[in-house]
Write a protein that binds this ligand. Sequence first.
Ligand SMILES: C[S@@+](CC[C@H](N)C(=O)[O-])C[C@H]1O[C@@H](n2cnc3c(N)ncnc32)[C@H](O)[C@@H]1O
Length: 367
Amino acid sequence: MAKPHHGTASGTSSSLEPLIERVNAFSADHYWDLGKFLVERVIPAALKEGVFAEQMLKRMAEMPGFKFPFSMLKQCQRYYTYYPNVEKCPLPEVFYFELATKVDDSRKRDHYEKQAIANKWTISDLQKKIREDEHARREDVKTRFGFDLKERNIWSVDSPDPRFGKPNATGRLPGQVVANAFFYYTEPGWVIVDPMAGSGTTGDVIDALPYFQDRKYRMYDIEPSDARIRRANILLTGIPEQTGSIDYVLLDPPHDFYPRGTESGFSPATAQTDTLMKLKTILRESARILKPGGRMSIIVEQTAGQFGIVDFPFEVTNLARGLGLASHGKVYLPRHIDVARRPGSPETTKSPLSECRELLTFEKQSS
Ligand SMILES: C[S@@+](CC[C@H](N)C(=O)[O-])C[C@H]1O[C@@H](n2cnc3c(N)ncnc32)[C@H](O)[C@@H]1O
């Protein structure tokens, strides 16, 4: 065999030309057939002429009138090379095309295939998982801890990290916020409780990030969204944990804890008292289950509307103090989505909407 060499697009020998014409006659969606033809006929013929596989595919793609771009030829070559017996494989062919073209590592391809079969994935499930894992890999490379460590006290997050929480879950907290809270406010070996766990972001952060592997967690919610979350209505029955047994509590109350002002017969004073009662209940419960020296973080926001301004971060700090919890940290969480406007325009209410939540952290004092 002649030694392969680099040539020009026009330097294709006449013996290859009929093969190139046949490649150009393939239908654009017959990836596997095209891959087979490239691998079994075109590439061996090119090597005999002293042209490397990659060079041959590039030359063809550059020829005038040739319809396939180089990237597609490469994809077809990979598809056939990795799955020469695709018709005998258990999943539809589209899965193998996706795996061949997106996943380099053969062990990972096998792993995805097994997961797809076991969990009855659709092709979109597979695509989503590959995208998420790629995102996670990039995050891991980007940062020492596997997440975007914030060094200052404004934790701005453009979009939630898809590894944490469920997409489209109402009120889901970006996993980056949760990871940073755990980084700054918890210690190795601590037991973390999330009594209003929503889409399970807390569990996902601890499960997915090796940095937190020695933290333990328990999650509760009035409407559990997965099997890791136990059902509990913490306003009615409290947090199902023993007094003085927990190191850290993360509280992310729902939006409807706060006054809206849209209800008929709305009374600002009653709504405010109602919200404060709820906040007091969950703070009291959190203080009860914490060990001395344990910490609690709560996400809270000032609200404004026709009923005026209520500075809930200030109110919460006062309530916490009364429960033996000393201020330990304060972080601002700017919003990146529009907050629904409450009745009344900024001109009539004379109050701009809040665009920033606060993450307040308290430490339980030894009595
Ligand atoms: C803002 S979401 C929490 C979102 C969560 N941090 C996440 O990242 O997905 C508030 C959650 O509190 C839950 N919740 C509301 N009232 C509750 C109650 N009384 N007891 C327990 N959970 C409650 C809601 O079901 C909702 O999932």
